[in-house]
Write a protein that binds this ligand. Structure first.
Ligand code: FMN
Length: 466
């Protein structure tokens, strides 16, 4: 069987993910693996139609397709994203159609499920049958247990591709065309006080998105600036070299860092505005997020309100919503909301944009950041453990930040809680104490809250007579 491997890593064969592919190749000598270095060669693939055609021919002649890629910013690298865009815009989907596809990602398990969900949905859009995902932690392959598991994955994938079973699709199609949006009369702007609003826009002239951006900007009056994404001046995608790990200095000198620090970071409210392209924003937007990796794993949008204006079928792209919301919360910002252009009633879109802008402004004024929830809580624990555990030798800037900002909040570092929990555990080993605890679990669980209602300074402040 011939397996076409689409390698998303910008590091080409010097990629961790490719070590997994090499292992599969050695473990399954009866199969032929043909690897296409998409991430490394995207500039040539994009420029030269012949290069693109060669890859499509390679896909065409294969029995199955393996997307093998690192996870970048909760998705795949911008370079692989761009290739996927080219497949659709150059009408090459038929080369993929009917084949079986799987994904193999390496990462630190920080939202690798969303990257794989994206590839799954894209494979279905290309008419392929999804055979599964193998989500490895970068160093897993060093261990025999994971090597065995990788062989089982390979076995299952190749068996599936050979048996060609009927597989139910998971994702609804996302090929919905947005109705034309015709904004109504310009609203009276809110008084934004000292707050400033940045709208980073990837809109094309005359598009629904451009009109949505215009409407949002007019809600804020002079407080808002619209900045086209091209102004970021990005000359290329993140290369994954991790040169930035030591001191946040990127290998590129194209001015992106200055743009990021002078244009994005000073804003109180950021609105990212982009069209959906193949279930995510454009590859250009992905490149923007990937390049911000020079900031490492620190929450660089802390305290801001972040909203999204989306052109396209947002309601059918649940992974996009998850990725964008998680990105905002992990960065320490508040997800103020999203508005798309899906409604056939332009007045509704107007009202939604106006409400979103008003909401973001009120929250910026009150300083509200929604409680973390699972994506931020879980995400930060993964980052904390990885940075402290392995990465801090190289990611020195992250390590210094995590130390200085109390982000190494391991529970074992809290001696009071450790002593209390150990004592409690000992007490519960005594049968009469355990019996009493079992009978009154509910009362005991809410007991500590009783003093909040009598002693809370917040309640006192709220109830103070004017
Ligand atoms: C720009 C960038 C973004 C990354 N984003 C993520 C991420 O969102 N989640 C994650 O778990 N790992 C992330 N990583 C880590 C890589 O996925 C990981 O190091 C991977 O094994 C690299 O594979 P490669 O050598 O094949 O390129 C990121 C790395 C880079 C350089």
């Amino acid at each position: 069987m011939k397996i076409c491997v689409l390698n998303g890593s910008p590091k080409g064969r010097q990629s961790i993910t490719m070590q997994y592919v090499r292992f599969l190749e050695l473990a399954f000598p009866a199969h032929t693996f043909v690897t296409e270095d998409i991430g490394l060669r995207i500039a040539a693939i994009e420029k030269d139609e012949k290069e693109f055609a060669k890859i499509i021919a390679s896909v065409s002649s294969a029995d199955a397709v393996l997307f093998a890629t690192p996870v970048y910013y909760l998705l795949v690298p911008a370079q692989l994203k761009r290739f996927i865009e080219l497949v659709f815009t150059r009408n090459a989907a038929s080369a993929f159609s009917g084949k079986y596809a799987a994904s193999l990602t390496t990462s630190i398990h920080f939202f690798d499920h969303t990257a794989n969900a994206y590839l799954h949905a894209i494979s279905e859009d290309l008419g392929m049958n999804w055979a599964g995902a193998f989500m490895a932690k970068s160093e897993d392959l060093l261990f025999e247990k994971h090597q065995r598991n990788l062989v089982l994955f390979g076995q299952d994938f190749f068996d599936t591709a050979a048996r060609r079973p009927e597989i139910q699709k998971t994702y609804p199609p996302a090929d919905h065309e947005s109705p034309e949006y015709r904004p109504g009369p310009v609203p009276l702007p809110f008084d934004a006080g000292t707050k400033n609003v940045l709208i980073l826009s990837d809109a094309t002239p005359g598009s629904n998105l451009e009109k949505m951006v215009g409407r949002a900007a007019s809600c804020f009056g002079k407080a808002a600036s619209i900045v086209p994404l091209e102004e970021a001046g990005i000359k290329g995608g993140c290369l994954g070299c991790c040169r930035c790990a030591f001191d946040n200095t990127c290998i590129y000198t194209d001015g992106f860092r200055e743009f990021f620090e002078e244009t994005i970071q000073p804003a109180d409210i950021i609105i990212y505005a982009g069209p959906i392209r193949d279930r995510y924003l454009s590859a250009a937007f992905k490149q923007f997020f990937d390049r911000s990796f020079y900031r490492g794993h620190v929450p660089y949008l802390e305290g801001k309100q972040v909203a999204f204006l989306i052109q396209g079928p947002l309601s059918r792209c649940s992974t996009l919503r998850e990725v964008l919301t998680a990105f905002v919360t992990v960065q320490g910002a508040n997800p103020a909301g999203m508005v798309s252009d899906e409604s056939p009633v332009s007045g509704l879109t107007d009202a939604r944009i106006d409400a979103l802008c008003g909401h973001a402004l009120r929250l910026a004024e009150s300083g509200y950041i929604a409680p973390a929830g699972f994506p931020r809580t879980g995400g930060l624990k993964v980052l904390r453990d990885e940075i402290w555990g392995n990465m801090r030798a190289m990611f020195k800037a992250d390590h210094a930040y995590y130390k200085a900002h109390g982000m190494y909040d391991f529970p074992q570092n809290d001696p009071v809680s450790r002593i209390r929990t150990s004592l409690f555990s000992l007490l519960l080993a005594l049968p009469p104490v355990r019996r009493e605890a079992e009978q009154h679990t509910k009362e005991h669980m809410i007991e500590p809250f009783a003093r909040v209602f009598t002693d809370s300074p917040v309640l006192r402040e709220r109830l103070k007579k004017p």
